[in-house]
Design a protein around this ligand. Structure first.
Ligand SMILES: NC(=O)c1ccc[n+]([C@@H]2O[C@H](COP(=O)([O-])OP(=O)(O)OC[C@H]3O[C@@H](n4cnc5c(N)ncnc54)[C@H](OP(=O)(O)O)[C@@H]3O)[C@@H](O)[C@H]2O)c1
Length: 320
């Protein structure tokens, strides 16, 4: 395996996308095909359980990929992170470990690993710069998930150093968009809010109850922009440094609730359930490294992205 494998030509590559049927993965597969990739496979977990080292090795032997985009993960909002911290830590660690080790053994030309904004320290200066990643412990509710992903960054960098593996790590911010998960148990904040407001409106309820006190801020990246950033990095980025993928803005939960409730047409109020956790106080990425290293800038405005997401949910009300 050689490093600095500059500008990979997707048309000539066999590509495996792990988690390629998931929310982000389905958009990444579309983006790869739109940019000329012809041989793209996306095995389901029912076909290849990536927590199983043998099954992972067999997948690499069968497909002999040139490029792997590793998206498979156990993910969810605050509720899911609090309920399954051990599972999130174990499965995300083990899947990444199996994928990267198999890629090393098979001489895979490149692996793009997706980390997460949850890897950042709880009180990292805003906007979060990649160089601040190690300056503190993550917010407690998502630390097991964030640290498992952070350990994979160390694995990618140390494999590059010892074995010359071309493993690159991206750190996407919170995503949203069509095909997101809208079940209230496991969903992230935007789909959860959309669902709550749409259902409250349909039922004529006077209020919607939301977690926390409305003060935390978040940044959101439209899922098709995230897919474009990931595929651009696959084509053009070959360095060990992790790279943030974000949209470069910050919105409070209170403002977000107001915006979604107006877009949905809900006429009632919001009650903040302060017995529920806020999560990290502020979140926004510095997005300059992605622009400088592989020319990525998010192109969808938040209003456009939210409108499309709400439209998608209204036409897929059973989405979970
Ligand atoms: N969503 C976000 O806001 C966000 C933000 C930052 C980073 N990320 C990262 O982006 C990636 C994709 O997230 P997502 O939101 O698209 O999640 P998702 O919709 O839940 O997709 C994850 C996929 O992982 C696969 N998977 C889970 N366990 C597996 C196993 N044991 N073996 C093989 N595959 C397994 C699942 O495949 P099956 O469907 O076949 O079971 C699932 O489709 C993750 O790495 C996540 O950490 C997401």
């Amino acid at each position: 395996m050689k490093t600095q494998d500059a500008s990979l030509n997707l048309a000539d590559c066999r590509v495996v996308v792990t988690g390629g049927s998931g929310f982000l993965g389905s958009h990444v597969v579309e983006e790869l095909r739109a940019r000329g990739a012809k041989a793209v496979v996306a095995p389901r977990s029912s076909e290849v359980d990536l927590t199983d080292a043998g099954a992972t090795q067999r997948m690499f032997a069968e497909h002999a990929p040139d490029l792997v985009i590793h998206l498979a993960a156990k993910v969810g909002g605050i509720g899911a992170n609090r309920k399954f911290p051990g599972t999130f830590f174990r499965d995300n660690m083990v899947m990444g470990l199996n994928v990267l080790e198999s890629a090393r053994v098979c001489g895979t030309r490149k692996v793009v690993v997706t980390g997460t904004i949850c890897a950042y320290p709880k009180f990292a200066p805003v906007p979060f710069r990649e160089d601040d990643l190690w300056n503190g412990y993550p917010e407690e509710t998502n630390a097991p998930y964030g640290i498992a992903k952070k350990a994979l960054l160390v694995m990618a960098q140390s494999y590059r150093q010892e074995f010359g593996s071309n493993f690159v790590t991206l750190l996407p911010v919170n995503l949203y968009g069509p095909r997101d998960h809208f079940d209230l148990e496991n969903s992230h904040v935007i789909p959860a809010m959309i669902r709550k407001f749409v259902e409250a409106d349909a039922a004529g309820r006077a209020e919607v109850v939301l977690w926390g006190d409305g003060t935390p801020t978040r940044e959101f990246l439209f899922v098709r922009d995230a897919a474009a950033g990931i595929v651009s990095a696959a084509e053009r980025y070959d360095e060990p440094d992790p790279v943030n993928l974000g949209a470069g803005f910050e919105i409070s939960m209170g403002e977000l609730a107001g915006l979604i409730s107006r877009k949905v047409g809900f006429r009632g109020g919001v009650r903040w359930d302060t017995s529920r956790p806020n999560g990290q106080p502020r979140r926004m990425l510095d997005t300059s490294r992605a622009r400088e290293r592989f020319g990525f800038v998010a192109s969808t405005t938040f209003e456009q992205g939210l409108d499309e997401t709400i439209r998608w949910y209204r036409s897929h009300p059973a989405a979970d």
